[in-house]
Design a protein around this ligand. Structure first.
Ligand SMILES: [Zn+2]
Length: 64
């Protein structure tokens, strides 16, 4: 599983990587030193996932 969050720095737009446990925390960008908040979910890194099923997963509310 992924244990890193990738996100662009809000200030310098550098792609940053942070370990999952830093989600929601403010850190300083290693590139520009600005304070950035690590998002809870990687905005762009999550690949599109195609799930073929009969709707069972949806009925169970497994969609995140
Ligand atoms: Zn930065």
């Amino acid at each position: 599983m992924r244990n890193r969050i990738m996100f662009p720095c809000a200030s310098c737009e550098m792609q940053l990587r942070a370990p999952l446990h830093l989600a929601g925390r403010a850190c300083s960008c290693p590139a520009c030193g600005e304070r950035v908040v690590v998002p809870f979910r990687p905005p762009a890194e999550e690949p599109p996932v195609l799930v073929m099923d009969d709707g069972y997963g949806r009925a169970q509310g497994r969609i995140r």
